[in-house]
Design a protein around this ligand. Structure first.
Ligand SMILES: Cc1cc2nc3c(=O)[nH]c(=O)nc-3n(C[C@H](O)[C@H](O)[C@H](O)COP(=O)(O)OP(=O)(O)OC[C@H]3O[C@@H](n4cnc5c(N)ncnc54)[C@H](O)[C@@H]3O)c2cc1C
Length: 605
């Protein structure tokens, strides 16, 4: 671990990883094992990234409980649930690599649940044909982070936490009219960030850089992320560098997050509650799912249940806190304590509700971003030396993610990104030749000060406005007229943002409030890019597919919209274009043809 004593501000590494979640940690391990000198930077505290929230498990077609399972059926489930706009080659890599990714975790000491005979337990998750989800109690993400952190520490990989990366640096680039790099000719050189603890700007030099900075669900007011993460910071950094964004309209809403008390808004009430027999009721005490999905009731697909809850609330049958009731009071206390111990504790501690006696108040919560950065199958962006992995990238989950597939994708593509970034770094000259002096670092930092030392006096009110707009226009149900109004509001807010930010002086850095506002200002900046891309893409896609529902185009339209939607930056403007989804080839084509969407009754993320 680097001890930053407040004087060093210039670092050089072969490979720098931004993000301490499962994708970033796995990437750092792989880059190190391929011979690179690696630094892992995160704004979150060491061992406490968003990934620790992941509960239900990680998928691999190990065939332990269901011997008929194999990678092809796993891939087929993934492509079908993603409504056929995921890239089949990535899905193939994901599902083929899954058994190895899980075995690796077990070899590294992950304490996944086992049967009495010592075999790993595999359970059902929604829309999987077979039982293939491996888990550790109710805290699979936390366990994976524990194991990966141990591996990182054993390898003595340098870690810096509490550092907020604000800008990527490039060399040999021809700047375009914005003064931003021209991605087709630029090469990564490093990054600049704010060391929050030591309150100073720091410069990082590297040969290759991996963005593993997570998703963007916090642009909505109700999200299962914590309120200090997932504003799409990596999306903003890469988009400014010329990387395209893909399928940004695809945001998954989990049907049941807490809606009260206010400080718990969006915190997940796991699907296991419904899996164990929990029922949904509106304010008239009606079990409304029988009107929407009588075949599976509360255990319908996430998007269907989330839309049903949305409708009940919109039509005036919601609770006082704009939710519906989730009821397990008919279950024996013993079953609740055995099967739902974390939920029992969560509602008791946060809301003072004893779920064995009282109903839970819940509503949809923004849960996962399927859209993200455009990368190739080796996690390369179009900027030389810039790689990305984890929730920040796109085209793995299509229009809807299968529960348990995200932790898997962070490990599989994190590993690929680490390997590729290391290979890229090896082709470049030795560090000493490139290594600029401290004074050069200061010059570089000064060059960007105007961009970096910016703060809003009221970033919280901007954040609230953004989230209100997104809730209203780009949530579970969207339409042309609301999206159009939303876009106008976001663009007006963007103008206001740039007219209200002020440059502050270095001596103000000792002010704790200013630091908080500075971070929030950067989160607002990222959110504005993310929101513009979500709204523009949702407006363009004139159909309903997976998580994207248009009330004015309620059906899927494969003739026109079997495409991925790209946002690209041209002359300072966001321009959209679409590209046909690659046709599935090889063995998967046959498997998908013969395979239908699975139905079963246990979902647990
Ligand atoms: C409640 C909940 C339950 C879930 N359960 C499951 C599950 O059971 N199974 C499953 O497969 N998936 C699950 N998911 C999804 C899964 O947890 C995430 O998709 C996954 O953890 C993302 O990992 P990541 O490494 O890509 O990013 P993250 O874990 O989000 O890490 C991002 C890292 O980047 C850092 N960072 C971001 N911006 C900057 C910056 N500008 N400068 C420096 N550092 C930066 C952050 O500090 C953080 O360290 C769940 C999600 C939630 C919210």
């Amino acid at each position: 671990m680097i001890e930053n004593n407040g004087s060093k501000t210039n670092y050089f590494y072969d490979v720098i990883v931004i993000g301490g979640g499962s994708a970033g940690l796995r990437a750092a391990i792989e880059a190190h094992d391929n011979g690179s000198v690696v630094l892992l930077i995160s704004k979150s505290k060491q061992g406490d990234p968003h990934t620790v929230l992941a509960r239900g498990g990680i998928n691999a077609a190990l065939g332990i409980m269901d011997p008929k399972d194999n990678w092809m059926i796993h891939a087929s489930d993934t492509l079908i649930e993603g409504e056929h706009i995921a890239d089949y080659e990535r899905v193939e890599i994901l599902c083929k690599s899954a058994p190895e990714a899980v075995s690796e975790l077990v070899n590294w000491g992950a304490r996944f649940h086992m049967e009495e005979d010592g075999r790993l337990t595999q359970r059902f998750f929604g829309a999987h044909t077979y039982r293939r989800t491996v888990f550790y109690e109710d805290w699979t993400g936390d366990e994976i982070i524990r194991v990966l952190m141990q591996q990182v520490k054993e390898r003595k990989i340098d870690l810096m936490d509490n550092v907020y990366i604000t800008k990527l640096l490039f060399k040999d680039n021809i700047e375009n009219v914005d003064g931003h790099p021209n991605s087709s000719s630029s090469k990564i050189k490093g990054a600049i960030g704010m060391d929050i603890k030591d309150k100073q700007l720091v410069k990082f030099n590297c040969k290759s850089l991996i963005l593993a900075s997570g998703g963007y669900t916090r642009v909505y007011s109700i999200s299962s992320s914590r309120n200090y993460e997932h504003y799409g910071e990596g999306i903003d950094l890469a988009y400014e560098a010329g990387v395209d964004l893909v399928d940004m309209e695809m945001v998954q809403f989990h049907p049941t997050g807490m809606v009260w008390p206010e400080n718990s808004l969006g915190t997940l009430a796991t699907e296991a509650i419904r899996g164990e027999g929990g029922i949904l009721l509106n304010s008239k005490n009606e079990r409304f799912m029988k009107e929407y999905y009588p075949e599976r009731m509360e255990l319908g697909p996430r998007d269907v249940v989330a839309r049903a809850i949305y409708n009940e609330i919109a039509e005036g049958r919601g609770t006082v806190h704009k939710g519906v009731w989730l009821d397990v009071t008919h279950l024996p206390l013993k079953k609740i304590l055995d099967r739902l111990p974390t939920m029992y504790k969560q509602f008791k501690d946060i809301a003072g509700v004893d779920i064995s006696r009282e109903k839970m108040e819940v509503g949809p919560t923004a849960h996962y971003s399927m859209g993200g950065l455009s990368v190739d199958i080796n996690c390369k962006t179009k900027v030389e030396g810039l790689f990305a992995a984890g929730e920040v990238i796109s085209q793995i989950h299509g229009a809807n993610r299968l529960g348990g597939n995200s932790l898997l994708d962070t490990l599989v593509f994190g590993k690929i990104a680490g390997r590729e970034a290391s290979i890229f770094a090896k082709q470049l000259p030795t560090p000493q030749e490139d290594n600029p002096s401290e004074s050069e670092a200061y010059n570089d930092i000064q060059k960007f000060e105007k961009d970096l030392f910016v703060v809003l006096d009221n970033p919280l009110s901007f954040r609230k406005e953004i989230q209100d707009i997104m809730d209203q226009v780009a949530g579970i149900v969207r339409s042309a007229s609301s999206l159009q109004k939303g876009l106008e509001k976001i663009l007006a807010l963007k103008d206001r943002f740039y007219s209200q930010i002020r440059i502050f002086q270095k001596n103000e850095l000792n002010n704790e409030n200013l630091i908080k506002n500075f971070i929030m200002t950067l989160e607002v900046r990222s959110s504005l890019v993310v929101c513009e891309s979500i709204i523009r893409s949702a407006f363009m896609r004139k159909e309903s597919r997976g998580a994207h529902f248009r009330s004015d185009f309620p059906n899927i339209d494969n003739d026109v919209w079997h495409v991925n939607i790209y946002c690209t930056k041209v002359g300072g403007k966001m321009i959209l274009y679409k590209q046909n989804v690659k046709e599935v080839k090889g063995i998967l084509k046959e498997v998908i043809r013969d395979h239908s969407k699975p139905i079963h009754n246990n979902e647990s993320e």
